[in-house]
Design a protein around this ligand. Structure first.
Ligand code: NAP
Length: 298
């Protein structure tokens, strides 16, 4: 499968493959260009957008993601500082680290890397975040707005899914049947709420869903966020569906999605690859939220 140089969605030339590839890297590059411009405008007003990422050591994918954010931020004129806590950090330790960022007026944005280690009180930690700095949409206020069909800051991954679904060439969400596999607070639920707000008709599937393949096949849009490699097989996909693969599963030293890409791409109309789909767009959307937090702080 290849991608076209002009469009984010590009038709593959291969004989067996029918799906159009939604190229997350190209979409992310476009978002980063806008972020760079907006950051430049802020620096002209003596404001450098700054974000702190609170990271509990021991979560390798989490560390890689935080480092990726910091690395991508630098050339755009954004300052991202990783504040690491030891693996044995308690809820109080994390709350203190969050409070220090909230009180620091030179930092406009804050993200606590998720998932948090089990044993930590994720709700208490999220409540400590100032909703105005909450660029990953973790605070109950920002979650509540999604319930009301509005967005201030949404979880970056969910926002990235919507960004992909709003690309030129992607069939309209208005009135579409959408099926979301997964109901986590970080991905599945916010995606479902944002799809409803965009006038899709949404079904959420989870580990207790009966006849999941049958339900999934109803989706003109299918979003996979279950965390199992190659979970979505071709018989779960409606002909011509738009398939968004959120899965980031580390298998044998490489990332694979929740979708069995090759067979599914013969049934789907559009599909995101892993890597190169939701992941880069998530990072770019987070950077955009950092610049937004800085703009709103003035
Ligand atoms: P999670 O918290 O583990 O949630 C997984 C969801 O999938 C749960 O709702 C679970 O159902 C459901 N599920 C699990 N096994 C199932 C099965 N056999 N049948 C049906 N449903 C099943 O995971 P998450 O944080 O949402 O992440 C999901 C995936 O996205 C992971 O691969 C993660 O690495 C990836 N991710 C990617 C990004 C990115 O930027 N690309 C960001 C975040 C996460 P129950 O609720 O019933 O348990």
């Amino acid at each position: 499968m290849r991608s076209d140089s002009e469009h984010a969605a590009s038709k593959d030339a291969g004989p067996d493959v029918s799906a159009i590839l939604l190229d997350g890297r190209r979409i992310a590059a476009g978002i980063r260009d806008q972020v760079k411009f907006r950051a430049l405008k802020l620096r002209e007003r003596d404001l450098t957008p700054k974000c702190a990422v609170v990271l509990i050591e021991g979560d390798e994918p989490g560390r890689l993601y935080a480092e990726q954010i910091a690395k991508s931020a630098l050339p755009l004129g954004l300052d991202v500082e990783i504040r690491s806590l030891p693996p044995a950090a308690t809820t109080d330790d994390v709350v203190r680290a969050v409070a220090a960022v909230v009180d620091d007026t030179s930092i406009q944005a804050l993200m606590v890397q998720r998932p948090l280690p089990s044993g930590l009180d994720a709700e208490r930690i999220a409540e400590e975040i100032d909703p105005r700095k909450d660029v990953d949409g973790a605070h109950p206020y920002n979650q509540g707005l999604l319930m009301a069909g509005e967005t201030f800051f949404a979880p970056a991954t969910a926002a990235a899914v919507m960004e992909l679904l709003r690309q030129p060439g992607v069939p309209t969400l208005d009135g579409a049947r959408a099926v979301v596999l997964g109901r986590s607070a970080v991905v599945g639920r916010p995606v479902a709420l944002m799809l409803v707000a965009a006038n899709a008709t949404v079904t959420i599937c989870h580990s207790r869903t009966k006849n999941l393949a049958e339900v999934a096949r109803e989706g003109e849009i299918l979003v996979a966020a279950v965390g199992h490699p190659k979970f979505v097989t071709a018989n779960q996909v409606r002909q011509g569906a738009t398939v968004i693969d959120v899965g980031t599963n580390y298998v044998d030293g490489r990332f694979v999605g929740d979708v069995d890409f090759e067979p599914v791409s013969k049934v789907a109309g559009l599909i995101t690859p892993v890597p190169g789909g939701v992941g880069p767009v998530t990072t770019a959307v987070l950077l955009r939220s950092i610049v937004e937090a800085a703009e709103r702080s003035r």
